[in-house]
Structure formats: structure tokens, C-alpha cells
Design a protein around this ligand. Structure first.
Ligand code: KIV
Ligand code: ZN
Length: 385
């Protein structure tokens, strides 16, 4: 038995906030169905008060999926909560995600109020949301920069008011993994009733630490990770779903389990990238086009002898087709021979040495040597398949 971690996907909400990534209702439904197949536990489908289109999209997602909980975002504002409650009324399992800023910067500069009023509003919002569903998630916006003692007071109060999940967002991506982990542990140790709620991580990637922070949160007592496909989201993005899931899988010693059907990760990544018109960086962990590509001679020689020498994940496990041996001017004879063999050409060492000299000349002219170039090289040396 392991510790089952809930995967809360917010591609359709935090991810869709990215400029240029706006989706229409049909696209949101198609992605939601794919997320259900992928095996996520919760789909945050949108922010219903933000526009009529988003309201209808959340409704449509509720009708389209069966297993995942469908979550609607709201501020701790009456109209937001009422509209979110309406939007999820057809969900088999519906959740309202409501919350308010708790850091000094949010309290005094953004909301121009006091900590006591924040506490009252948080409790009031959770109670109001309970009129629509029993599944209420509360977010303490900018929890990453919130004083731990005040955060604990707010979290204790919202749990007493009926929150079932408490989200501790590092909204600005400020925390270091140790600090974020300590924050979660502080809540575990100091909040009365914390055992009645699931603690959730929601980490932004402004310092490139979103994945590390989420894992630190889980290791310190959180039970849910909020994340997006390809790590998209506000500014530098959110925790990437594929990264946290594969970390848990690659480190079974941690005893952390998810229900994610990992061979669907690459196709899920492509679907989101295409629909949002948001290319995936080639070196993106797990789903980038270079994630299983080897181009230096030393690495290629190792991978050809045994894949594990330079790969910790079998590409099939994440739905990537295979390890790629890319031919460049940094490639060695082993790689050239491997690629030529795959095209059906055989050659002894002497011939290989001869062709390799020509190969380097071609490779120095081009960024990459393709199969068509190999055919030309072979023809030049009168080698046929
Ligand atoms: O980053 C954040 O704090 C959020 C909340 C709305 C959960 O996205
Ligand atoms: Zn966010």
C-alpha cells in the first residue's frame, strides 16, 4: 500500500489564463475527456463568473465527464460563489474552489483590509459555498508569502466552516522547496482538525521550483497536487503534471501513488499544445521532443549498448515512441552504424571508418544528418541494402 496522491489538473483554468491560450467550449470538453482518460482525479474546468462562455464551458465539462470531480473557481465573493454553484449543478461530483489573499501584500495592498476581516470573509465564503456542494476547496492566495501563524488560523477556521480541501498556493513562485515543505508541515502540526481535510499544493514556476516545491509539499503531508499539462499557467506557469507524476513513479521508495495512465502523457501534451497554440519547448522534461533524444557520441554509444545508461525512463512508459539517436557533428561511429543498420545497410569497420570521414564533412555543413543524407553517403560508397 502506498500513499495515494490526488492529481488536480488546472490546465483548463490556470493554464487557460495564459495570453493566447483561450479555448472555446468544444475544445475544453475535448481536453476534459482526454484528462478523464488520463486518470486525473479533479478537473478545474474554469472560472464561471469570468464570462458566459466560461460558465457554459464548465457546465459542459460537468456533463461530459463521469469519474473526475469537476471544480469551478470563485473569489470569496457572493456572486462568484453563486455562479460557480450553478455551473457545477450537473456534475456527478462537483467542487467549488473559493478563496482569498492571506499575505500582507494581498491584505493591505490589494484588498486594503485587515487580517481579521480576511478571516471572516474566508469563513463566510466557505459556508456560502456549502449551500451548493459538500466538496469545498479553500485557497489562501499567496500562502507562499503568508505568515505561517496567520495561515494556520485561517486554515483552521475554514476547515471548521466546512472546507474539505485546503489549498496552499505559492502564487508568486517565491518559496524554496525546504520552506514550502516546512510550511505544509507547520499546518499539519498546528491546525486543529487538519486530519479532516486534504492539503493541496499549487505552485507557480517563477523560479523554476514549482515541481520541487510540490514534491516537498507532498513529502510533508499534502495529499493533492495542482498542476497543468506542459506546466502552462500564469507567467512562468504551474507545476507540470507529467513531471510530478513521473517523479512519483521513478521513485517508488517514496510510496506515492497516482492513477495516471502514463502512456497517454505525450499525446495529452500534444493535444493541449495544439489546441492552445502553445509549443512545448524541445528540452521540456518527459514530453519535449528532445526528452529521449541523444546526440553526443559518448551518450549515443552508451544508449545503443544499453538504454538505461543515459535514460531513467523507458519512452514507452510515457507514450514517446522510442529513444532517438540524432546524427550531428558530435556523433560517433556507433551512432552512424546504428542508424545505417536501421536503414538496412551493413558495413565492416574499415568501410565505416571511410564513410565516417565523409559523414563528418556533411554533418559540419548541416545541423542534423537525416536518413536521406545517409542514403546519399551509402550510394557514394556503392553500398546497397
Ligand atoms: O496561484 C494561485 O494562487 C491561484 C489560486 C486562484 C488558486 O491560481
Ligand atoms: Zn495559480
Amino acid at each position: 500500500m502506498g500513499n495515494r496522491i490526488q492529481i488536480f489538473d488546472t490546465t483548463l483554468r490556470d493554464g487557460e489564463q495564459v495570453p493566447g491560450c483561450k479555448l472555446n467550449m468544444e475544445q475544453k470538453v475535448e481536453i476534459a475527456i482526454a484528462l478523464e482518460d488520463l486518470g486525473v482525479d479533479v478537473i478545474e474546468a474554469g472560472f464561471p463568473i469570468s464570462s458566459p462562455g466560461d460558465f457554459h464551458a464548465v457546465e459542459a465539462v460537468c456533463r461530459a465527464v463521469t469519474n473526475p470531480t469537476v471544480c469551478a473557481l470563485s473569489r470569496a465573493v457572493q456572486k462568484d460563489i453563486e455562479v460557480a454553484g450553478q455551473a457545477i449543478r450537473y456534475a456527478k461530483r462537483g467542487r467549488i474552489h473559493t478563496g482569498i489573499g492571506t499575505s500582507d501584500s494581498h491584505i493591505y495592498q490589494k484588498l486594503k483590509t485587515t487580517p481579521e476581516r480576511i478571516l471572516e470573509q474566508a469563513v463566510w465564503a466557505v459556508k456560502l459555498a456549502r449551500n451548493y456542494t459538500d466538496d469545498i476547496e479553500f485557497y489562501a492566495e499567496d500562502a507562499g508569502r503568508t505568515d505561517n501563524a496567520f495561515l494556520a488560523r485561517v486554515i483552521e477556521a475554514v476547515i471548521a466552516a466546512g472546507a474539505t480541501v485546503v489549498n496552499i498556493p505559492d502564487t508568486t513562485g517565491y518559496c524554496l522547496p525546504e520552506d514550502y515543505g516546512r510550511k505544509i508541515k507547520y499546518l499539519v502540526d498546528h491546525v486543529k482538525g487538519i486530519e479532516c481535510a486534504t492539503i493541496s499544493t499549487h505552485c507557480h514556476n517563477d523560479l523554476g521550483l514549482a515541481t520541487a516545491n510540490s514534491i516537498a509539499g507532498i513529502l510533508n503531508g499534502a495529499g493533492q497536487i495542482e498542476c497543468t499539462i506542459n506546466g502552462i499557467g500564469e507567467r512562468a506557469g504551474n507545476t507540470s503534471l507529467e513531471e510530478v507524476v513521473m517523479i512519483m513513479r521513478q521513485h517508488p521508495d517514496l510510496g506515492l501513488l497516482t492513477e495516471i495512465n502514463t502512456p497517454l502523457l505525450c499525446s495529452m501534451s500534444s493535444l493541449v499544445s495544439q489546441m492552445m497554440g502553445m509549443p512545448v519547448q524541445p528540452n521540456k522534461a518527459i514530453v519535449g521532443s528532445n526528452a529521449f533524444a541523444h546526440s553526443s557520441g559518448i551518450h549515443q554509444d552508451g544508449v545503443i549498448k544499453s538504454r538505461e545508461t543515459y535514460e531513467i525512463i523507458d519512452p514507452k512508459e510515457v507514450g514517446a515512441h522510442e529513444s532517438k539517436i540524432v546524427l550531428t557533428a558530435r556523433s560517433g561511429r556507433a551512432a552512424l552504424k546504428f542508424r545505417a543498420n536501421r536503414l538496412g545497410y551493413q558495413m565492416d569497420q574499415e568501410l565505416l571508418n571511410l564513410i565516417y570521414t565523409d559523414f563528418l564533412n556533411v554533418a559540419d555543413q548541416k545541423k542534423e544528418v537525416f536518413d536521406t543524407d545517409i542514403h546519399v553517403l551509402m550510394e557514394k560508397h556503392s553500398i546497397s541494402v
